[in-house]
Design a protein around this ligand. Sequence first.
Ligand code: UTP
Length: 276
Amino acid sequence: MINKCLFPVAGYGTRFLPATKAQPKEMLPVLTKPLIQYGVEEAAEAGMTNISFVTGRNKRAIEDHFDITYELEDQIRGTSREERLETIRGLIKDCTYAYTRQVQMRGLGDAILTGSTIIGHDPFGVILADDLCVGEEGIMSQMLKVYEKYNCSVVAVEEVPPEDVNKYGIISGQQLDERHTRVETMVEKPDPDQAPSNLAIIGRYILTPDIFDILRETPPGAGGEVQITDALQTQANMGAVIAYRFRGRRFDCGSIDGFVEATNFFYDRMKQEENR
Ligand code: UTP
């Protein structure tokens, strides 16, 4: 049973400037819900109710979102608008929240290492909230089953167009069945002609806690940042990483195209539900 989930949210979100000048990109809404709430709902569905955020400057709105807003709640109590707070109230009640700060943006690997003081010695989930995932069963719940079977780190992967491999960590290895691959090689943002495959790691991980010691020894890699992919390669060398092709769909809400796609998808779904 894994009950901890880490959310690295320290990035600047420069692709969304000026919207992200004074607010975190994770608070941008797809319809009425901020991206971060979709992520926390996915973690909670998987039973990961100990939520930890690795934050940075300008991220206070996230803390406020997962807390009670007394004045507002008082004002709308007993009105029809109150039901709009139902899901967030449920998350506030059912989960605990902890925060720590990444002082310098030194990469995702460094952000995850910053979370080590909260996570301790247990395996844990990692969700990058700007990858918004939908599936009949939540992606993290699916990954938990993979972890329970293989007892090692798990990364969610999907096929991407060959020309896009330079935006992702790319894996290759021994295919175990249609959905599972034991990872042998992972490369961060390879040139398309050097990529070992087109299977890209998306923003969902389950990591075993030995990753922290490995990260401490991992020098900065691609882009001068400490890459989680490089640390995972050390685990993969021991046969301890499974790549899982999840069932569902992912929207890259860190990009404008993906964000608009997600908005259209959820809007259509909402309209279909209204007409039912
Ligand atoms: P991105 O590569 O999307 O970077 O980070 P970003 O800064 O958020 O966005 P752009 O590219 O400037 O628009 C992927 C995820 O890793 C986190 C980010 O918050 C995001 O969820 N991250 C990245 C950190 O927490 N710390 C880092 O040092 C780097």
